[in-house]
Design a protein around this ligand. Sequence first.
Ligand code: NAP
Length: 296
Amino acid sequence: MTGTRVPPVLVTGATGRVGRAVVDLLLDAGVPVRALTHRSDGAAALPANVEVVTGDLTVPESLDAGLRGVGAVFLVWTAPPATVPAVVERLATHARRVVFLSSPHQTPHPFFQQPNPMAVLHADIERLITAAGLELTIIRPGMFSSNTLFWWAAAIRANDAVRWPYGAAETAPVDDRDVAAVAARTLYEDGHAGGDYVLTGPESLSQAEQVNIIGDVLGRRIKFRELSPDEFRRETEGSWPRPVVDMLLAAWGATMGRPAFITSTVSDILGSAPRSFRQWAADNAAAFMEGPTPSS
Ligand SMILES: NC(=O)c1ccc[n+]([C@@H]2O[C@H](COP(=O)([O-])OP(=O)(O)OC[C@H]3O[C@@H](n4cnc5c(N)ncnc54)[C@H](OP(=O)(O)O)[C@@H]3O)[C@@H](O)[C@H]2O)c1
């Protein structure tokens, strides 16, 4: 180690799936971290040895204190798009580098090529960061393995069938821990400015196969009940945002009959193979078991 003081990394989305793991990995690597939350109780979700700052991406000036003196920012955008230009302007005033959690909207595979508002938002953010002269690294994960917790855990815990459309549609679920590990590596290792990394899991699995793997791990058979797209729209009405439902249906529908797009990027960057969906399911089996919903 040199005596030079390393400037902190501001981690946005720090209480979320990927950001929370990035916080831990940066701390492990000895990088000073500032963790952003827009909730007054957000600090409770973060380790005691991290500097927690409050700020809201929809209120750009609220980010100033957290941005002062940072070297790099890990940017996760789950807020509405209106304040993106003002926030990027502030990032450029304070930081040199941004690692942005985006999506593979440029990948020429039908699964990723369906028009959707998220892709437009991500493309706009990438364009604005580049135009602001910041060094940019883009992390583009495909489907997270952990989506299946939100999608299927309630039915599986209740011993019900998983009611889902496009059971034969194949994806290559990527473990959030691998996404976080790549993001953290690009934040503390030189040479990733301009990097554009599409991250996938190691294998193409149909959605019905993913349900079967969870069943294998739990040691019981989980029934899969195929829904038509319209049945799925009706069943998610009122509980899921319609644009998200339409985006997913379009992507699954477009990929029918094709294997999922797979990259070697996780192993290229980390030097170790990406975790399989089976591994993810085994490590998260408790969340699919009967009883009260686990807290994490
Ligand atoms: N799920 C997938 O399959 C998938 C695939 C590719 C890309 N992605 C992208 O991954 C991103 C989501 O990552 P994730 O799953 O790690 O997120 P997440 O678990 O949903 O967490 C979202 C984070 O954003 C923070 N947040 C929400 N509103 C905010 C605001 N107004 N100001 C500041 N912070 C705010 C929340 O923190 P506080 O509440 O503590 O402020 C929370 O930590 C999205 O951009 C998504 O498009 C997801």
